[in-house]
Write a protein that binds this ligand. Structure first.
Ligand SMILES: [Cu+2]
Length: 291
């Protein structure tokens, strides 16, 4: 069993249009967003959460947790479905949330995509429950297959306070071949995907609770050339390894069809107990002439 649907929101004057799907095993990539467009301009070919790994500082795991239809459950907000699509208003802005609630062992997990009327997208994973009484980190990998104004002509740039103006504005440096990167809060490091023809793009801003790569989960961002075979529908890597390093093979990403993977590393201290919800996820913020 699976669930799928189409969003055209707000219905009276759509700002966001996309298809979504929550597939059953063996897929394990959470709710997938397909063909998303904002104000009529394509943003994502596909956005998904293909890997969720947990590492303990004690004798448990590591685990790779599948997010799929099979372990999802209806909630009181949407008792008749596994994927809940609803709109709300916060801070004077309207938002559309597409979310699913999962249980895996003692874990409770909510996977949520929030689409704001101003174009901001917030991928989020919320986690509660204690599977094993040791401090641990949930490593959450989003695959963001950007196709801004179509698949071609996209470029990834990285911001650091120390980078001089190279022609992209102070702080911005383009990456023209595949690479992986680690966060650096000291230089306010963030990233952007730019369509070279339209000037439209998205900033990728690490979330405050997203943590930084470690010896177990070794990067925070991967820049890859799009290859269909590198989309494993969630059967990506293993409990022990994310499997992404093999994709970084020196291919050009200069004005190409690119895919960005982003990892959040959510620390869960056993002293906090299992009842609190913890959240991780970046903010994706549009720039350029969208309207
Ligand atoms: Cu936890």
């Amino acid at each position: 069993m699976s669930e799928a649907g189409r969003v055209s929101w707000p219905p009276e004057a759509p700002l966001w249009t996309f298809d979504w799907r929550l597939a059953d095993a063996p897929d394990e990539e959470g709710i997938v967003v397909l063909g998303a467009a904002y104000r009529g301009h394509e943003v994502f070919h596909k956005a998904s959460l293909p890997s969720l790994r947990v590492q303990y500082s004690g004798p448990c795991g590591p685990y790779k947790d599948p997010l799929n239809y099979d372990n999802s459950h209806p909630t009181s907000r949407c008792p008749g479905s596994r994927v809940c699509v609803y709109s709300y208003t916060a801070g004077g802005l309207r938002a559309l949330s597409v979310e699913s609630y999962h249980t895996i062992g003692a874990y409770r997990l909510t996977h949520r995509w929030v689409f704001w009327e101003n174009g901001v997208v917030m991928p989020r994973l919320y986690s509660a429950g204690l599977q094993c009484p040791f401090d641990h980190r949930h490593h959450v990998y989003w695959r963001l297959d950007f196709d801004i104004d179509g698949a071609a002509r996209d470029l990834l740039l990285e911001y650091n306070t120390y980078t001089p103006d190279e022609g992209w504005g102070p702080g911005w440096h383009p990456f023209r071949t595949e690479t992986s990167r680690v966060k650096n809060a000291g230089s306010r490091r963030s990233w952007a995907v730019l369509d070279l023809d339209s000037g439209r793009g998205y900033h990728l801003l690490p979330g405050a609770a997203d943590g930084t790569a470690d010896a177990f989960s070794t990067a925070d961002l991967w820049l890859l050339r799009y290859r269909a075979a590198e989309d494993r529908y969630g059967r990506q890597g293993s409990a022990a390894a994310d499997g992404l390093t093999a994709y970084v093979s020196g291919e050009s990403t200069d004005g190409q069809d690119i895919v960005v993977w982003y990892a959040g590393h959510l620390l869960h201290r056993v002293s906090e107990g299992g009842d609190d919800w913890h959240a991780t996820g970046p903010d994706l913020v549009p720039f350029g002439p969208w309207s």
